[in-house]
Write a protein that binds this ligand. Structure first.
Ligand SMILES: [Zn+2]
Length: 248
């Protein structure tokens, strides 16, 4: 089991990586990391600028919602993260990232799923990236962040969160996730990149067609399938599935 100190350091570094990857400004955005053995997740404190962010601003919260560290209030989006972990931690999701990165937020504000238009998308996301339905007025009043989380779970109902590690929250912005907070950040970076490409392509040709299914399958299977051959062979003779390698 990871110590709470190690988890806080990991989540701190992932939050700071949002700045270096130009996905956030001001206090926007948040990253959390989950430890399945203790059932605790750590999330950025609310309203703290990234330039001042320290380990003490990483707030530990139980999956039940009970806040363990009370010195700082956790992100206002904590309940959304909590709902996502409640449903996806069994699948191996250990990190969640929310940003208002510009192009992914434009796509979210359009209220549309993002079709897979090319192989950059296909290398990281198995097909369409869904968008949530609108919340009802009652849901917004009763539990805005909780129902936002539920709307993400509903949008993902027929998808594997490991293979489609992101969703758009309508009128708002993207949530992405991964097997670690760092991988969640990488998926957010790629999401921003492919949203920018999609928006540019739609300007040039609004009738552009999605990628052929056979190419999507090929790119997913060579990276994640049983006979995956993308990347280098590790000592255990398994391909090293690092997101840090250059694309081919
Ligand atoms: Zn937001």
């Amino acid at each position: 089991m990871e110590s709470i100190h190690e988890l806080k350091q990991e989540v701190l570094e992932a939050n700071l990586a949002l700045v270096t990857n130009k996905l956030v400004i001001s206090t926007w955005g948040n990253v959390s990391g989950y430890d399945p053995e203790s059932g605790i997740f750590v999330i950025k404190a609310s309203g703290v600028p990234y330039s001042a962010l320290r380990e003490e601003h990483m707030v530990a919260v139980e999956l039940s919602g009970k806040i363990i560290d009370t010195k700082y209030r956790p992100s206002s989006d904590t309940n959304t993260h909590r709902i996502i972990y409640s449903h996806f931690s069994e699948k191996g999701i250990r990190g969640i990232v929310h940003t208002h990165s510009q192009y992914a937020s434009i796509w979210a504000q359009l209220g549309r799923a993002l079709p897979c238009f090319g192989t950059t998308h296909a290398d990281y996301f198995d097909g369409e990236i869904p968008c949530t339905e609108e919340l009802t007025d009652d849901e917004i009043l009763e539990g805005y962040e909780k129902y936002t989380g539920i709307s993400i779970i509903n949008a993902m109902r027929d998808k594997d969160p490991l293979r489609v590690p992101a969703a758009f929250v309508i009128h708002h912005g993207p949530f992405a996730w991964g097997e670690t907070p760092e991988k969640g950040v990488m998926n957010s970076v790629v999401l921003e990149y492919i949203c920018k490409m999609a928006i540019m392509m739609n300007i040039v040709d609004p009738n552009i067609r999605p990628l052929r299914e056979a190419i999507l399958r090929k790119h997913q299977d060579r990276k994640y399938g049983v006979n995956a051959y993308y990347g280098q062979i590790s000592k255990s003779n398994q391909p090293i599935k690092s997101d840090k390698q250059d694309k081919e």
